[in-house]
Ligand binder design. Structure first.
Ligand code: 5RP
Length: 223
């Protein structure tokens, strides 16, 4: 099976976690796009969605799913999103699609986080994938030096020759060279650096379940 087929497999499998008559939290990325395609088939059985990005909002509206602002609704039963890496404890690196801040907000508003990913995303320790960090632009230089002091190399994410601007009007640093063996402590530390909006380590908002697409089918990991 191709990686695209594995993503479609877990996108379809995630439908079983969508609670009928309720509002579902929806993440961002190519795997979530497969979930949104599958959601089209049951859209009349849900009230709507809270979305983690402008891109997902557009896709949800295109298939006729009402999208609510996070402030209009209370706690959600379930949040469904992909990951760039997930370890054996359900901790993840996210933000490859630059939507990490809104993803963490919707995840925090949800009782359970169902991660959908192909098997290439499962790792022993987080950090091979560069950690995305959303920063207020004026803090980028100092945050870069703080990462250097812990052995990380931070690079400003670019798009079309200019710094990428997130849905929140901020910039992204991608930090390589880190091996994150203590994800909860790492997330807590980096998140309190001035100018850091969100670090793309999801340890406090870790997955409850991961639906992993493998050559032999969907493997369900529970954390
Ligand atoms: C976006 C994310 C995505 O969930 C992550 O990048 C995985 O994306 P994909 O499903 O395309 O591999 O965190 O900010």
């Amino acid at each position: 099976m191709t990686q695209d087929e594995l993503k479609a497999l877990v996108g379809q499998a995630a439908l079983q976690y969508v609670v009928q008559g309720e509002i579902v939290g929806v993440g961002t990325g190519s795997t979530v796009n497969k979930f949104i395609e599958a959601l089209a088939g049951i859209k009349d059985r849900i009230r709507g969605a809270v979305s983690s990005s402008v891109a997902s909002t557009e896709r949800l509206r295109a298939i006729g799913v009402p999208v609510f602002d996070a402030n209009e609704v209370g706690e959600l039963a379930v949040y469904i999103d992909g990951a760039d890496e997930i370890d054996g404890g359900g901790h993840m690196i996210k933000g490859g699609g630059a939507a990490l801040t809104r993803e963490k907000i919707v995840a925090a508003q949800s009782r359970s986080f169902v991660c959908i990913a192909d098997e290439s995303k499962l790792v022993n320790a987080l950090g091979n994938f560069p950690v995305p960090v959303e920063v207020v632009p004026m803090a980028a230089g100092r945050v870069t030096r703080q990462f250097a002091a812990m052995g990380g190399r931070a690079t400003l994410r670019m798009k079309d020759g200019a710094p990428l601007v997130t849905d929140n009007g901020q910039h992204i640093l991608d930090v390589s060279g880190l091996s994150i063996t203590q994800p909860v402590a790492f997330e807590s530390e980096v998140n309190q650096w001035p100018g850091v909006v969100t670090v793309g380590v999801f340890a406090h908002q870790k997955a409850s379940v991961c639906l992993l697409g493998t050559a032999s089918g969907v493997r369900t990991l529970k954390f």
